[in-house]
Design a protein around this ligand. Sequence first.
Ligand SMILES: [Zn+2]
Length: 231
Amino acid sequence: MKISCEITKDLIPLYHDEVCSNQSRIAVEEHLQECDDCKKYLDSIDSDFIQVNTVKLAEQSKSNVLKGIKKKLFRKNVMISAISVICAFAVLFGGLLFVFHYQLPISYEKGLVSVKMGDNGMLDVYFKGNDYYCSYEWTTTIEKDGIKQNVAYIYYTDSIWTKYFSKPKKDREYKYSINNNYWFNDGSSKDDIEVKREISAVYYLDYSDIPKLSKEDLIKNSSKAVLIWEK
Ligand SMILES: [Zn+2]
């Protein structure tokens, strides 16, 4: 079937997109073999298509790159925020630990501590300062004037909180008891037996090192201890 240039040009876009009927396709191909003008028209549509697609592809890849960069930046920002939050918490937690639990030994002052023998045979230790963080106590045997005797060493510590910020509670009794007896098992029976320790003196250990001393340190520092109670 011979068709005119006009009809061919109408059909070429459909032919190009491969959406025309078989009959139209054959007619267009027959015409194109003989007509350079229409062939050029088809070529121009082809090159337009390629150009449009190239531009589209370039734009797409550009936007993909941008999307990738945005995603990476977003992830980086999330990571930085998460790390900042963790660091802030760590600093806060460390600060709180330091304020509430870092121990400063309380030096001895007259009247800071008093000791009384309780009715139950325990030694009651009364703290007269405002507040404290922790109290420590050791009992040990020393030799004085050739006589062995049991003595107790005590000291108190402040935290930064108790030293500078906390107020003494009205009904709180700053007291603890040193057991004058101890439980002992001599192996002869199943039950432990209570033995009188007979503590003969209580000393306040005034030293500036922190916090729990070893037995050797205790002996080294015992000369700095202040006698606060004697039997
Ligand atoms: Zn033609």
